[in-house]
Design a protein around this ligand. Sequence first.
Ligand code: NAI
Length: 411
Amino acid sequence: MKKTSYPKKEIKIVLFEGIHPKAVDMFKEEGYVHIETYAKALEGAELIAAVKGAHIIGLRSRTFITDDVLKHADKLMAIGCFCIGTNQVDLAAANKLAIPVFNAPYSNTRSVAELVIAEAIMLMRLIPLKSAICHQGGWSKSAEGSWEVRGKTLGIVGYGHIGSQVGVLAESMGMLVKFYDVEPKLSLGNAKYIASLDELLAQSDMVTLHVPELASTNNLMSCERLQKMKQGAVLINASRGSVVDIDALAQLLISKHLNGAAIDVFPVEPTSNNEEFISPLRGLDNVILTPHVGGSTIEAQENIGLEVAAKLIRYSDNGSTLSAVNFPEVSLPLHPNAHRVLHIHENIPGILSSINELISARTLNIVSQFLQTSGTVGYVVVDVEGDVQEALALHQDMRKIKGTLKSRILY
Ligand code: NAI
């Protein structure tokens, strides 16, 4: 195992908000022993005290890492958001301080895809309506308006991680899968690309939305678009609330242009479980409403724990920053016979040449060199062969380069 300028036993990891125990196990298996865990989010003076001296922190959505908190995090090397979103961290401030932030954007893909398939079946069978009638003491035993999904067309809008997985599951159940995406995508199985969204809507018995929240997807399913859906079709939205005109959807469900909907995400969502959920869709026939739980499963929580812990360990052990959300992304190979110096600096001209001058002044051979810049920082990784004392001295020299923010050596 390589030594580092931060020996593992000295690296302090602080995990907030009851992060999955599998993440803690993974850190331990990789030799990290100094791990502090908190069941809940901290704030104010307590949070500041907890981040002081921490090299790595892990959090979910309720720990707010502001510029001010970061100023007190005197040793902080990396932040792991054990969730999808990263809004709770001041990413620009972390970037300026040379702190990469990692998250787990795709660990719950399967969970969302499974829910969508289940909802498609439920909606096509009018189950939400029939279930509500039974709950009220009624009995609606009839096949009218109930369809199998086999042989029906599922239109997927946004054929990314979730959309394409929904397509694979849907095909295995005999649905005809068509999709629309703004990017060229290789279709899986027999899924058919449709070049126009309006055309896809006109052909689909079930439409499911899997686009990101962007200015270009805001109100993508406007009233006009919703009207382009087939008479009697159903809509599923487990993407983002801003994508659908929810008032127009309610009207089209009331007028029976659409036969049902399953909505997991809303333009305005309660901020806690104690707040009332207000929506024009409440009480409508054949509508499944869920509280933004598309990706919320035990498996997804575990996957998130493992994914983010692995990224933090990889950065700490090897310097790789692949998929960091605020930082130059560098994917690094193993470096069994070389010493690796990691140098993070202000993104100003001339740093690489200063580094190379320092290397040529020593009896060291460059094995490989990586440079990536993003925002206000640049990240250079140099693997050098030669005497370990020379490599350590090089590291000390590199720390003195004007504009240096942070540096480490793995030797
Ligand atoms: P992704 O980034 O892998 O895929 C998104 C796809 O949408 C890409 O292929 C992209 O090219 C396409 N796209 C972008 N703009 C488009 C447009 N105007 N029309 C058609 N296609 C467009 O994202 P992923 O992981 O599949 O997530 C999809 C959505 O699901 C995101 O909004 C994400 O926030 C949401 N999500 C919701 C969860 C929940 O709990 N309900 C859990 C996880 C993700």
